[in-house]
Design a protein around this ligand. Structure first.
Ligand SMILES: [Fe+2]
Length: 256
């Protein structure tokens, strides 16, 4: 598994030769791209602080995805058989038709543009006030609590609207948590831990069909959801908003 560190997220997807190289490499599925400092570290901290407050002061609830649906947060637990991919985490979902205090889709527009270009879509697809076809962007922030928060290994289906899944690193391994974290599996079965290679504010791209998951975060520690200590990440997903209401887990990418 090759790792490319880049500093040029703002221009990498607009220069044809650079885009072609990134696209070809990601499509082969044997590499990851880590774009450094795409999001200011201060903004990452502000979002985590805000979501911790929202998460601790309001009830987790499920809301079906549909055009115009509200932003929401919900819990996913290992024993929940409704999830396509079992996991243990808190999920905060934002949609482009709702307002939010950070103007998230405005600030992160260039990541969605890049994601769309890699998938062969128009740069502005999915992030408007109404869906593109039956698809819409969903910005998912995921919190994996210490005490075993994680997500089982899986591969996401190859859908036309997704090729690479961009993930925003929001926690620092070694200080925010010690064990576990997001991995992508290489062809020989070895795991590449992306938290070892990135820092808060970096955006990581990998092929959604490569096996990936989140190994349990500090499993020896007591699990205390309301402390919001553990591992955070952001996922720049695109989802169908027309299917019948159902639990849609596999939020790490399936989503994507
Ligand atoms: Fe996934």
């Amino acid at each position: 598994m090759r790792v490319f560190h880049r500093e040029d997220h703002g221009t990498a997807f607009s220069a044809p030769s650079s885009l072609q190289e990134i696209s070809d490499n990601l499509r082969r599925g044997d590499c990851v791209y880590i774009f450094k400092h795409v999001v200011p570290a201060g903004l990452v901290e502000a979002i985590k602080k805000y979501l911790s407050a929202v998460g601790s002061a309001s009830l987790p609830n499920y809301a079906p995805l549909s055009a115009g649906c509200p932003n929401f947060h919900r819990m996913v637990r290992w024993e929940d058989a409704r999830s396509a991919v079992r996991g243990c985490y808190q999920l905060f979902s934002f949609f482009p038709w709702n307002h939010d205090y950070f103007d998230l889709f405005g600030r992160f527009r260039e990541v969605y543009h890049a994601r769309n270009i890699l998938a062969g879509a128009d740069p502005g697809d999915y992030i408007g006030r109404t869906p593109t076809g039956d698809l819409a962007a969903r910005l998912s922030f995921q919190f994996y609590p210490k005490g075993g928060g994680g997500l089982n290994k899986h591969s996401d289906p190859k859908l036309a609207h997704q090729m690479a899944v961009p993930v925003l690193t929001m926690s620092r391994k070694g200080s925010d948590f010690s064990a576990g974290g997001l991995f992508v599996e290489a062809g020989d079965g070895s795991k590449l831990y992306l938290d070892d290679l990135s820092e808060p504010g970096d955006v990581v791209y990998f092929n959604a069909s490569a096996p990936h998951g989140v190994d349990p975060i500090d499993p020896e520690e007591e699990q205390r959801w309301l402390d919001f200590e553990g591992r955070w990440m952001g996922l720049f997903a695109v989802n169908s908003v027309s299917a019948a209401p159902e639990y849609r887990s596999a939020d790490l990418g399936a989503a994507g």
